[in-house]
Structure formats: C-alpha cells, structure tokens
Design a protein around this ligand. Structure first.
Ligand SMILES: [Zn+2]
Length: 427
C-alpha cells in the first residue's frame, strides 16, 4: 500500500499570508471516502482541524492529505437527486441566455464527473468538453457521448485544451476547487482558456451557510478550502479577473454560484449581489477571529449532544442504522465519537459503496433493498442535506412508525409520533 503524505499548511493558498487563526480541532480521523472491504488492513488516521487566514479569511484545513490516488478512482458519482438535476438545468438555461450560447459555443467543465451538467448544454447544441481525473467516471461520461479529458485541470492542461479546441465561452467548476491545493495554477488555467468575453461559473459550499447551518460535517480531508465571496474576489483579482455576480442555492448544504469574468471584459459587476454579499460578510463579523471561535463552541456542543442523543436511543433498546453512507456522515460520526457498534448498517444507493465498511467505524454498507429487509427503528439521516426529498421518499417507512434522526442543525427525531397518532385516531 502506498504511503499517504500529510503536509501542514504554511502559507495561504489564496493570498500567500502566513497568519492563521486555528479555531476548531476535530481530532484524528480516517479519510471520509476511504470505504474499505478488508477489516484487517489497519486504517490510517489524520488530523482534521480548521483555521482562518487573518488576511483574506480563507478557511482552510490545517493539514493537506495527499489524496491524488483517490481521484483517479472516485466514488462520488454526481447525485441522482432530482433537486440537483433541476439545479443543473437551471444553471444551463441561465448561462445559455446570458451568453447567447448555441452551436458555435464551447462549454468546458472542470470536474465534469459523469457528464450530467454538460449534457444539459449539449441539448442546446453547444460543443462540450469535460475535464476530470477519475478514470472510472470519465469512462461513463464518454460512453454517453460527452467528450472528456481524463486529467487534473492545471494551467498546462488548459494550454493543451486551448490549442486543440480554442477558447471556451463558458467554463464551469462545480464543487471542485475546495479539493484543490494549488488554486493559483487552476485560476491561471481558467484565465488561459476562457474567451475574452466568456464567463467562468464557480459553485462552492458557502462558508456563511456552513456556519449558519452548523454544517461541520462538510469538513473532511478532501475539502481543503471554505470560501467567503470576499476571499474569492481576492483570489481572482490576482489574475486580472473579477467576480461579477453571486447567487445562493439550497444545494449541498447551502452553496453559492459565483460568476467570474476577465476584468477587461464587457461584463459589469452586479452591486446588488456582489457588493451586498461582501458587506453582509463584514457585518456578520467574519473578518474577525471571534466569529470562528463562536462557531467552534457551537460545534463542540453539537458533537457532544449528537453522541449523547444516539446513546440514549440505544439505551431505549432501539435499533439504529445510517441512511446514506456519505463522506459527511463519516465526519459526523467519527468526530462526534459515536461508538462503532451504535449503527447496525448504513444503507446507500451507490453500488460501489455497497459491501464496504464505513471508515473508522466498520459499519457495513448495504443496498436500500437489503436495508428494507432489516428495517431499523430509527434511521440516522447522514445525508441531511437531502432531508425533504428523503422524508418524502420514505413516507412508507414513516407511516409504519419508523423514525428519522436528523443530526443537523441540532439533533431531532422525525416521525413515529405522527404514525402513532394516526393509528390511535383510527382505533
Ligand atoms: Zn489568505
């Protein structure tokens, strides 16, 4: 087995400063996507802690774990969630009309996964090109006719793509740049490949929402960076580009879609979204250490309360299982020190995850079909960001008296009672 390298972060990957405020220690935990099949292989654990750059307020992990290998065979296949598909369709329609995209246009996506987002642009007749390092998933994209380069996006790759395909009218990177350590190289690549009046669309989890929703489980080793709009402004200004628009979406626990253009392009900054956001970040105190210390206190209390609530349910003799073997679930359970035997299994729709064990906890991952045969009393909703969708989908389980434990923003039990009341009403 290859040795994984861990490097402490010294200078800020956005502004270069070395003045950090470390505020949250989540302990030493395994990699959230290292689902294993062999229990006898000793699991590696790594420090997971957060710090804030006092100069640009990038929130970063204190250590970078080299997971280069991980991305070449990646587990995360773009979500089958309907909500996400509507979101992708909405983005495609918006930028199509904004840039008047058609058969002469080229759309390039960084981290294109199985090609779901690009397929929406292909419906408009646009030429599309995906760039993604995962061999297993880019094979799926190509099988459905989405031209895809299997590689990490770098300035070097951008040059090659530009030479072969010309410049891109629209570039997208959805939930990708938080994973990348060398941000400057990526932004240099975007500047290289983006047409003079093109737009770059960046979607990231929004740090403000992460704090507001107490979504500390979004923090795992793959997510190196967490952004404010002001921090992204700083990053792109260094490269002669600027943020021209920002929109918030209720996907992946609260995300922002940031539109970026060359500074000398025809695109003007929308003060109602960009300036307003930056002002709100300042007013929320996010340029001061105290805001982060306050968040750390909340997270520490929440972790303690998650652990005690789950132990209480076990004390009552209830059978618990996890719903959705998500990476965030791994953070949630391991950093809250939930005892390994607390959950009987985790159900998950991803075939590659079924038959594996949850990192750090050894909980078996099984298919939803198998889970139906072994139905627990309470499902711990590890994919709480799809809460409404999942509760609607599992209406039968709830009607049978099953319950969901929602961990975030605070522990809450849903169901059971309602079913009990309705059966009492019937009798
Ligand atoms: Zn910085």
């Amino acid at each position: 087995m290859q040795r994984t390298r861990v490097t402490p972060v010294r200078s800020c990957r956005v502004c270069g400063a070395e003045d950090w405020h470390t505020f949250l220690e989540l302990g030493r935990v395994p990699l959230a996507n290292s689902f294993v099949t062999d229990e006898s292989v000793p699991e590696q654990i790594f420090p997971l802690a957060l710090m804030s750059c006092r100069s640009c307020r990038l929130m970063s992990l204190t250590h970078v774990v080299d997971e280069h290998d991980l991305y070449e065979h990646y587990f995360y296949v773009s979500s089958p969630s309907r909500l996400i598909h509507w979101h992708m369709e909405g983005l495609a329609a918006h930028y199509r009309s904004r840039l008047d995209l058609g058969p002469d246009s080229l759309v390039v996506e960084i981290g294109s996964n199985n090609g779901d987002q690009l397929s929406k642009f292909r419906e408009f007749g646009c030429a599309v090109l995906g760039i993604d390092p995962a061999r297993n998933i880019t094979a799926q994209a190509r099988a459905r006719g989405i031209d895809t380069v299997t590689d990490f996006f770098t300035a070097e790759v951008a040059k090659r793509v530009r030479a072969g395909h010309g410049r891109a009218d629209l570039m997208m990177a959805r939930h990708v740049i938080a994973h990348i350590d060398d941000l400057h190289d990526v932004v240099a690549g975007v500047r290289e490949l983006l047409a003079p009046d093109g737009l770059f669309v960046l979607e990231v989890p929004y740090l403000v929402e992460l704090i507001n929703r107490r979504a500390f489980d979004t923090v795992y080793h793959e997510h190196l960076s967490y952004f404010l709009v002001s921090t992204l402004q700083r990053l792109f200004e260094r490269f002669g580009m600027r943020v021209v628009d920002v929109a918030e979406f209720d996907v992946h626990g609260g995300s922002i879609v940031v539109t970026i253009a060359h500074a000398d392009s025809r695109h003007r900054v929308n003060p109602e979204t960009v300036d307003a956001r930056v002002r709100a970040e300042e007013e929320a105190g996010l340029f001061r250490d105290e805001a982060y210390d306050g968040f750390a206190d909340i997270v520490d209390r929440l972790r303690a309360s998650l652990r005690s609530s789950l132990l209480d349910l076990r004390e009552e003799g209830l059978r618990l299982a996890g719903y959705g073997a998500s990476a965030k679930g791994v953070t949630l359970l391991t950093t809250s020190q939930v005892p390994p035997g607390s959950l009987e299994f985790c159900s998950d729709t991803t075939p590659e995850k079924q038959g594996t064990l949850v990192p750090g906890l050894g909980i078996p991952v099984i298919s939803p079909e198998e889970a139906r045969e072994r139905e627990p009393d309470v499902y711990v909703l590890l994919a709480w960001n799809y809460r409404d969708e999942i509760l609607a989908k599992e209406a039968d389980f709830l009607a049978r008296g099953g319950r969901f434990f929602i961990p975030i923003p605070e522990p809450q039990l849903v169901g059971g009672e309602r079913a009990a009341i309705s059966s009492a009403a019937r009798s």
